[in-house]
Every structure is written in structure tokens, then in C-alpha cells.
Design a protein around this ligand. Structure first.
Ligand code: GLA
Length: 391
């Protein structure tokens, strides 16, 4: 579906549902991390990139304090009042909690919101690790600004989205997803500093393609495992802090300091901490390798990230291992690793740009042979961060 067809489809569905055409078109992209797994909540670094898959929210003011929303991707529709925002309750309508949550935190931050009718359409595969939730949050934040007449700083918008997800939806995520969706750039990756929330554009060498390799393996236990990892990192910081009081997150720990005190940590905690500390320095190394297209370095960094994620952070599952093997043998591959939180979902490869199609078919075939699963493999390019689709 091209943009014109998508516009027509959403306009028609909007008219059918709400009896008029939308007046505002808001969009927010998904993201893929090229390096920096689980470093965000450790206040470290991530090399992130928006993808050219996004969530649209077409909207029209209602003139009252109600929000009526439906989606072309997900079942059900919901209505709620801005004067009494409660979670959806019905699990089928859990996707509306991202919208409710954003409304709630915006109001708590002092913004006066106007009600709207809204219809969502997304090309981001849902729940596969490309931040479909954050894209919905950011598209919602754009819609409220547009229809209620206020303007948020983009970093503030990302923080409010994260707060909505932490406090209202109940997922204890870091800032990565919302920041990427809000501040991503067309044509470049971003080196994000999760402590001071600044970022730097990092162009990717033009001969290198970024390819998403979706394992299509159902992601299980992700909530509990995620919280578990977070707690282990925090436990590590508490011990290291007793040795060196200036340490307030794993971001502050060099590999030398870690090695000096690692025997004081429970073995599993030491493994998790080592991964985060090493992953942080890989992000910084990637900053130079990506624009120059240093193949050897890229291969080494991405591979080390995957091995650490599998053996130290333990977020790989068998389909990811099968995908990794398939990617490493794909025609034109430069490097490959996990993406998102892990436990299934999408992975990512850097591939010689002129080999992308052969890579996609070769990897799909090898992966299916190994697992019986049908993956989804496609190139992506960095797209602009959240904003208006049509001004
Ligand atoms: C999920 C979370 C992010 C981040 C990644 C792992 O996407 O939402 O905050 O922690 O996992 O890097």
C-alpha cells in the first residue's frame, strides 16, 4: 500500500465511522536499536534508528471532553472522558491504554486537552520489538497538541510517553522507544545518551543496508524477565556503590572497576552488569564504524553484542539463535544481532546494500528450514520522528 492508498483507506474508514473527514493527520515511527540492548534503564548509550514503518492517528476535534478511538489493525473501539481516565479493563482494548495513559500524563503535566475522534492505522508489526506501543503514544501526544493548541518540547514529549507507559500501562521500560520515535531523524541513526537525553546524528555509510529479521517467534515472559534484569542491574549498582560512592548507575562503571569488584557480586548479577558495561562501550565504538562502513569492526561489534545478550544477559531464545545462524550465512551480511528487549521478536542485520534482496530470500529459506517458522525480512531506512503527516 503506498501513501496515497493508505490515506484513502483511512479517510474512508474515518468517514464511515465518524461521519466526517479527519482534520489532523499525526504520525510516529517505530525504531530499531543497532546497538545498546537494555542500556537505556542503566542510563547508558544506545545507537537507535527510526524505521520507515509508522503509526498514523487521523483525528477530528469533537468539541467536548470525550475521546473516541478505533484502530484498523486491532479489534474493538473505545470511548473515554478526559475527566475520568481509567484503564480499559477489557484485555482486547488494552491498546487503548496507551492513548488513555498519554492523556492522563499530559493533564497531570498541566495541559488542557480537547476531546477528539481518532482512527489509527499502523504499518509497524505489533509486539515484535519495533516499538509499536511507543509510536502509538507519540502519535497520540502529537494529536493532543495539535487539537488542543499547545506545544511540547520533543524530549519532554518522550518523557511523558515513558511516564504513561510506566505508570498507567504498568510496563517499567526505559526512555529508548519513546525518544527514538519522537526525535528520530531521516537518513541517520542516533547515538542516544540516556542520562542527559541528548543525541547525536550518526549517518550510516550509504553502501550499507539495515534489514529487519522478524523471527515471528511469540514473545513470552517478556514482562517478568525484563523486570528481573532491571532488578539485577540495580542490585549490582548497590554493591558497586559501596565500593565507589560516585557510582549511581552502570553507566558510571568502567570495565576495570567492574573487574576489580566483580567477585563481590552474585554470579548472575555480575554477568548482567558485565554485559551492560561492555554493551555501552560497543555503542561508542559503533559511532565511528557506522559512517565509515568499517566492515570488520561492524561485524565484530554486532556479533559480540549478540553473544553477550545470549550468554551474559540471557535474553536470547532458540528461534533467535536459528535466525542468527541464518543471518550470518546470508549473502552480503556484514553483521547481525538482537533488537529490542529480546525473547523473540525482531533481530537486525547490516547488509551490503546491493545484496539486500538476496540476503532476505536466503535468510528466510534457511530460517524456515531450521525452525519451520515463516519469518518476515525487510530492509528499513531511517524516517523522520513523530509529527504531522499533512500540515
Ligand atoms: C524495550 C524497552 C526499552 C529498552 C529495550 C531494551 O524495548 O521498552 O526501554 O529497555 O527493551 O534495550
Amino acid at each position: 500500500m503506498n501513501t496515497q492508498e493508505r490515506l484513502e483507506r483511512v479517510t474512508n474508514a474515518f468517514r464511515t465511522r465518524f461521519g466526517a473527514e479527519p482534520s489532523s493527520w499525526c504520525r510516529a515511527p517505530g525504531r530499531v536499536d543497532l546497538m545498546g540492548s537494555h542500556t537505556d534503564y542503566n542510563l547508558g548509550y544506545v545507537m537507535t534508528m527510526t524505521v520507515d514503518r509508522d503509526t498514523w492517528l487521523a483525528a477530528r476535534p469533537r468539541g467536548d471532553r470525550e475521546v473516541h478511538v478505533a484502530s484498523l489493525n486491532l479489534p474493538g473501539s473505545a470511548q473515554f472522558s478526559l475527566d475520568d481516565i481509567q484503564p480499559a479493563g477489557d484485555s482486547e482494548l488494552r491498546w487503548t491504554d496507551y492513548i488513555r495513559g498519554v492523556a492522563k500524563v499530559l493533564q497531570e503535566a498541566g495541559h488542557r486537552l480537547a476531546g477528539f475522534d481518532g482512527l489509527i492505522h499502523s504499518t509497524i508489526p505489533l509486539g515484535s520489538g519495533l516499538s509499536s506501543s511507543a509510536a502509538l503514544e507519540m502519535a497520540t501526544a502529537i494529536a493532543f497538541q495539535e487539537l488542543s493548541g499547545f506545544h511540547l518540547d520533543t524530549v519532554e514529549m518522550a518523557r511523558l510517553g515513558q511516564r504513561a507507559e510506566n505508570q498507567f500501562v504498568g510496563v517499567n521500560c526505559g526512555i529508548l522507544d519513546q525518544y527514538s520515535s519522537a526525535l528520530g531523524r531521516a537518513g541517520a541513526a542516533l547515538l542516544l545518551d540516556c542520562r542527559d537525553l541528548t543525541s547525536l546524528d550518526v549517518p550510516i555509510h550509504p553502501d550499507i543496508g539495515v534489514v529487519i529479521c522478524d523471527t515471528k517467534a511469540p514473545r513470552q515472559l517478556i514482562g517478568t524477565e525484563y523486570t528481573d534484569r532491571r532488578r539485577q542491574c540495580e542490585a549490582g549498582v548497590r554493591v558497586l556503590q559501596q565500593r565507589q560512592p560516585e557510582i549511581s548507575s552502570l553507566r558510571d562503571v568502567s570495565i576495570d572497576v567492574f573487574q576489580r569488584y566483580q567477585q563481590d557480586l552474585p554470579p548472575a548479577v555480575a554477568q548482567r552488569c558485565r554485559f551492560i558495561i561492555e554493551e555501552n562501550s560497543r555503542v561508542l565504538e559503533l559511532k565511528d564504524a557506522l559512517p565509515h562502513g568499517d566492515r570488520q569492526k561492524l561485524h565484530h561489534l554486532l556479533h559480540a553484542s549478540y553473544v553477550g545478550a545470549r550468554d551474559l544477559y540471557e535474553i536470547a531464545v532458540p528461534p533467535m539463535e536459528a535466525m542468527m545462524n541464518a543471518m550470518l550465512q546470508g549473502p552480503g551480511v556484514i553483521g547481525a544481532r538482537q533488537a529490542g528487549a529480546g525473547f523473540g521478536g525482531c533481530m537486525v542485520a547490516l547488509v551490503e546494500a546491493d545484496h539486500v534482496e538476496r540476503f532476505a530470500s536466503g535468510v528466510a529459506e534457511a530460517y524456515t528450514r531450521a525452525t519451520g517458522l515463516q519469518p518476515s525480512i525487510y530492509p528499513v531506512v531511517a524516517a523522520p520522528g513523530a509529527g504531522l503527516l499533512l500540515a
